[in-house]
Design a protein around this ligand. Structure first.
Ligand SMILES: Cc1cc2nc3c(=O)[nH]c(=O)nc-3n(C[C@H](O)[C@H](O)[C@H](O)COP(=O)(O)OP(=O)(O)OC[C@H]3O[C@@H](n4cnc5c(N)ncnc54)[C@H](O)[C@@H]3O)c2cc1C
Length: 451
């Protein structure tokens, strides 16, 4: 273990009379970034720790996975985003331990070595990961969609499947490669299912000689009795109509009960009827759980995680008994607030404001967090999206236009916004998707899509 820089632990530092206060923010997603930005003017040092180098705009991961946008278009380097914030230091490492008594967070570097960060105030915004509901063995065949690596693995699987089908001699051999199964009918499942059909019917149209990519079957499996259950039933019905129109085969009231390299098994919830589909591509979007650091944190702070592993917080987003530790975003549990970007952004901002006020010696720093619900949106297919914001409900083209405007507005970086707009316009006009490079130079990675 090594100790470095002013805000990292130094036993001598305690004895120095005028040590600047330090704030550590774990996670550079929506919650962490907004917390760090709110702290830009404090008279203290801020360290943003993330296990990746970039802020990821998760709402567009599925467009990266289906070759529409590059990974660069939906990510922004954290160092670049915070370059003008002189009191802020970005550290690459995975939070792996915490000592609340000595106020230190232990982080693991990419080479496995560790370092410590001292904090006076801590914000944890480490997010969630995909959950396989006790079937972690599914993960090797059914990637989830939470990270850029996931999106790139999915892209590789999708593009490879069409290429494999093209190279096989008989329709029987091709069929499993042209069958795509998606588990989970929430926004991510619906979005990726619709996008695979668009990829097959528009982007790849006329590019193959042996196969017709348009024959690709996309199966969407969902346990509930309607897709997009977080939306009003009327909007969800509209989404279903669009999915039907683009050729997604939706199966409701079913659970995926087995995933293998060449098949997926589903069981109906009602009468336990089991059906197996031959497929070489299964994608998993059915459920999330807290990242492993949440368990470490809960143990150290003496709090009980909820069923998804989230950390319960007080109304001001601090952890009970630890007024200097805030947990925000997806990994915090408060009043059933949804796991959406807006909750994380507002929560991060709130925690940052609480800390800034406390550092200024303001007594009123324990203000309850009030979430302002700005609504939610989901993309279904080309020219079809849903938007629900209070009494406003949009679908079809109007929903799609609103969805586009919102996503562009929240995408970080001017360059990403401009690039994404150009890409969308080009894809709208011509149907093409450029982000499809897959190489097979390395036998290890070449085999990955198929094992
Ligand atoms: C595919 C997809 C589509 C979505 N679509 C929408 C949408 O349309 N609208 C919407 O509002 N929301 C959407 N969401 C949800 C939204 O993205 C999340 O609610 C939001 O990202 C939560 O922000 P967060 O800061 O809590 O966590 P995240 O954004 O997940 O950030 C967590 C950060 O913590 C880092 N981290 C994790 N563990 C550690 C550790 N131990 N040490 C250091 N760093 C760590 C991660 O690398 C990551 O950068 C979508 C999510 C996904 C996955």
């Amino acid at each position: 273990m090594t100790r470095v820089t002013a805000q990292q632990t130094d036993p001598e530092a305690d004895r120095l009379p005028r040590r600047r206060p330090s704030v550590v923010v774990v996670g550079g997603g929506f919650g962490g970034l907004y917390a760090a930005r709110r702290l830009r003017r404090i008279d203290g040092d801020v360290t943003l720790l993330d296990r990746g180098t970039s802020h990821v705009f998760q709402p567009l991961l599925y467009q990266c996975a289906t070759g529409l946008l590059s990974e660069g278009a939906i990510t922004s380097p954290l160092r670049h985003l915070l370059r003008k914030q002189k009191n802020t230091h970005v550290a690459l490492g995975e939070a792996s331990g915490i000592d609340p008594e000595n106020r230190t967070v232990t982080a693991t570097r990419i080479d496995g070595s560790t370092f410590e960060l001292r904090y006076d105030h801590l914000v944890v915004a480490a997010g969630m990961r995909q959950s396989y509901h006790g079937h972690d063995e599914f993960a090797q065949y059914a990637p989830g969609m939470k990270t850029v690596d996931d999106a790139l693995a999915i892209r590789r699987k999708l593009i490879s499947a069409f290429e494999m089908a093209e190279s096989l001699p008989t329709p029987e051999e091709r069929r499993p490669w042209l069958t795509f199964a998606v588990s989970g009918g929430g926004p991510t499942g619906v979005e990726i299912a619709g996008q695979i059909r668009e990829l097959a019917t528009r982007a790849l149209e006329n590019e193959f000689r042996a196969i017709d990519p348009g024959e690709a079957r996309v199966l969407l499996f969902h346990g509930g009795d309607r897709v997009l259950e977080s939306f009003d039933a009327r909007l969800s019905a509209k989404a279903q109509k669009t999915l039907d129109a683009v050729g997604v085969e939706t199966h409701l009231g079913v659970h995926v009960t087995d995933v293998r390299a060449d098949a997926v098994e589903v069981t109906t919830k009602k009468d336990k009827k089991v059906t197996t589909y031959d497929t070489r591509t299964v994608l998993w979007t059915a459920g999330v759980e807290a990242v492993p650091f949440a368990a470490t944190l809960a143990r150290a702070l003496g709090v009980q995680q909820d069923r998804s592993g989230r950390i319960p917080v007080q109304p001001d987003l601090s952890v009970a008994g630890h007024p200097n530790i805030y947990v925000v975003g997806d990994v915090s549990a408060l009043n059933d607030l949804p796991g959406v970007a807006e909750v994380a952004m507002q929560g991060g901002h709130h925690a940052g404001a609480m800390i800034a006020k406390s550092l200024q010696g303001e007594r009123r720093y324990s203000t309850p967090f009030k979430y302002r619900d700005l609504g939610s949106a989901a993309y279904i297919a080309r020219r079809h999206a849903l938007l629900q914001a209070g009494p406003i409900q949009l679908s079809g083209f109007a929903g799609w236009a609103a969805w586009g405007a919102i996503h562009i507005a929240f995408l970080s970086g001017r360059r990403n916004r401009a690039g994404t707009l150009i890409n969308w316009a080009a894809t709208l006009a011509s149907g093409t998707r450029r982000e499809r490079a897959v190489t097979f130079g390395d036998p290890e990675t070449a085999r990955q899509p198929y094992t």
